[in-house]
Design a protein around this ligand. Structure first.
Ligand code: PEP
Ligand code: MN
Length: 340
């Protein structure tokens, strides 16, 4: 960490900062300039660096501090230079295979789920998605089938062999969701639900952490750090669009986030163009774009009858559209050196 003193800081004020830094376990390397003093503090402090920053900045005559290390360690590329992978049954996420996760936004009935599961499997999907616990902006909209929905997902897995991804919204439901799901999805609204992150960090189960709709990349990686720090390294991220001034699309799908994560972290990144655009007409092209930019896979909402969907129908593509998408995607995926 670097501490920049204010112009005119007295010797006593500088000593006070140096003494405090040493007390917190740092070795100090001061540069006494003509106008200002800069103190480089190296080593591992005895308390969390974020707290040190707050305390140093409250000392008299401190102008500002700069952290040299990233505020996330286990998620960083420095910690692990090579990409990490997540294994879900026999599907590996994060290597040369581009992974397609598809299914309805929400499990609505046995017929709806089984029809979709069979169709996406036949078209080449690797993972079945479907929400049983649904976070809803409106308390009056469909909240999901709960455990009945989870049972249907398990039934669809038994028939098709597809592993299942579904959202867990609350700490109290983790055990139940784990009984049925292969991947736990943490939704955008829960990216900063730290209690939930800490609990899934204690599991060995794969987790997909969605980006908060207004989260900066650094905040997203810090949320990931909660899970990794607990010991669960089976983690992937999912870019699902962020809030901007635009309202024509439901969110603004930030494909540059895939590149940012690639630069900063080793974690696999999935893209969700369904929540990302809110418009079925845009989903196939954004799927191809995500593959082109180097995402590790996609999460796509598919519904046998989108106009009748209880949730997110406007952004759900039809089974026919999904069937048409797969070969188009295959071409893009192979152009970037991967396979579908
Ligand atoms: C979803 O995948 O249906 C969903 C609710 O996602 P998000 O948390 O990104 O809104
Ligand atoms: Mn949805």
């Amino acid at each position: 960490m670097i501490v920049v003193m204010q112009e005119g800081a007295t010797e006593a004020q500088i000593r006070e900062v140096e003494g405090a830094l040493e007390q917190w376990g740092y070795e100090i390397h001061p540069i006494y300039g003509v106008e200002r003093t800069v103190i480089a503090a190296v080593g591992k402090p005895t308390m969390d660096e974020g707290t040190v920053v707050e305390q140093v900045e409250s000392l008299p005559a401190v102008d500002r501090t700069m952290l040299i290390l990233k505020p996330y360690r286990f998620a960083s590329r420095e910690y692990r230079p090579e990409k990490s992978t997540v294994q879900v049954r026999d599907v590996i996420i994060g290597d040369d295979r581009f992974v397609m996760m598809a299914g309805p936004c929400t499990v609505e009935s046995e017929e709806q789920l089984m029809t979709t599961a069979r169709a996406v499997k036949a078209a080449g999907a690797h993972v079945l998605r479907g929400g049983a616990f649904k976070p809803s902006t409106s308390p009056y909209s469909f909240q999901g089938m709960g455990e009945e929905g989870l049972k249907l997902l398990a039934q669809a897995r038994a028939e098709t062999g597809l592993p299942v991804i579904t959202e867990v919204m609350h700490v109290k439901n983790i055990d139940m969701v784990c009984q049925y799901a292969d991947i736990l999805q943490i939704g955008t609204r829960n990216m900063q639900n730290y209690d939930l992150l800490i609990e899934v960090g204690k599991l060995k189960r794969p987790v997909m952490l969605k980006r908060g709709m207004s989260a900066k990349i650094e905040e997203w990686l810090q949320a990931a750090e909660y899970i990794l720090k607990g010991g669960n390294d089976q983690l992937m991220l999912c870019e699902r669009g962020v809030r901007t001034s635009e309202t024509y699309t439901r969110n603004t799908l930030d494909l540059s986030a895939v590149l940012a994560v690639r630069e900063l972290s080793h974690l696999p990144v999935i893209v969700d163009p369904s929540q990302g655009t809110g418009r079925a007409s845009m989903v196939p092209a954004m799927c191809r774009a995500a593959a082109a930019v180097g995402a590790d896979g996609l999460l796509v909402e598919v519904h046998p009858n989108p106009e009748k969907a209880l949730k997110d129908g406007a952004q759900s593509i039809t089974i026919q559209s999904f069937q048409a998408l797969m070969p188009e995607l295959g071409a893009v995926v192979s152009a970037v050196g991967k396979s579908l």
